[in-house]
Design a protein around this ligand. Structure first.
Ligand code: F3S
Length: 284
């Protein structure tokens, strides 16, 4: 018999829930509507929306004449907004926390400051944030920040505005802020890590620390799920990262007295329930 515990704050965050509900409402209204890119990082959810009649396009030029377009929760660069606005109606499902970062970097640049974006360079959220300034600097972590400051020492005296990817690990961001505060003379720091991310990570870590195994549910493309898996792996001897219930091989968990479950921000409740039910049937 194993004890299975669900972490608090697992699954859809506010921004993802809002985006999915906007898309569902658009589909239910019967209006012609397409999604630009993956609405959220979860293929099961995207397939569910497609089954309701929405289609996906990958570029603004592919939006059919007269169709409304839904902008994903990660947001899009300013140029994409402008191209879409010229074509027709926009349903902006960008998470409000992400839109706030767009405003911060755009206003910073307008005020003559250099936006410095701390995050994974090719992640769609970071590409979108960078796309709200003309000359963004994107740095992955404190090491990259250090190299940037060493390579061009004059950067230390520039007016810098530091923002973070919403899903960054707190420790990594804190190191960046510490370094920047120590070395830069004209610095503004905006802590833009999302509190939903912090709460999910803290709850997962607390559970991982008292579990023999952790199941982390989330799409392989989801960077917040990857971070959850990494954080749990530092505290728990066995971590299984699965996308859905079919991926779970119960025999991998036989003999574990305590098993924890958490899920990334793009994992819908129905997938979490399927995993929990499978665990109940086969392990508990
Ligand atoms: Fe928004 Fe935070 Fe979710 S930034 S999309 S509420 S993880």
């Amino acid at each position: 018999m194993s004890r299975v515990t669900m972490a608090e704050h697992a699954g859809f965050c506010y921004g993802v829930k809002r985006a999915v509900e906007m898309a569902e409402q658009a589909a239910a209204s019967g209006k012609r509507c397409v999604m630009l890119g993956s609405l959220i990082h979860n293929d099961s959810v995207v397939r569910h929306l497609e089954s309701m009649g929405l289609t996906s396009v990958s570029r603004p030029e592919e939006v059919p004449e007269g169709a409304a377009v839904i902008i994903r929760s990660h947001g899009e660069p300013r140029a994409v907004h402008e191209a879409l606005r010229a074509r027709g109606e926009i349903l902006d499902a960008t998470c409000p926390n992400v839109s706030r970062i767009h405003r911060i970097v755009a206003e910073a640049e307008q005020a003559g400051r250099q936006p410095v974006i701390i995050g994974t360079p090719n992640h769609p959220e970071i590409t979108a944030i960078a796309g709200w300034c003309a000359h963004p600097v994107v740095l992955e972590n404190a090491e990259a920040l250090e190299k940037w400051l060493e390579k061009e020492p004059e950067n230390r005296g520039k007016p810098l505005t530091l923002v973070s990817q919403t899903t960054a690990a707190r420790k990594s961001w804190d190191l960046c802020v510490e370094k920047a505060k120590k070395e830069c003379t004209n610095l503004k720091v905006f802590d833009t890590i999302c509190s939903a991310t912090c709460k999910r990570q803290e709850a997962a870590q607390a559970l991982a620390a008292q579990s023999d195994a952790m199941i982390v549910i989330g799409d392989r493309k989801s960077s917040n799920t990857r971070r959850l898996a990494e954080l749990c792996a530092a505290l728990c001897p066995q971590v299984l990262w699965i996308e859905r219930a079919e991926d779970l091989e119960p025999s991998n968990l036989y003999g574990k007295a305590s098993i924890g479950i958490t899920a990334g921000a793009s994992t819908p409740g129905w997938i979490i329930k399927e995993v929990y039910d499978k665990m109940s049937d086969e392990i508990m």
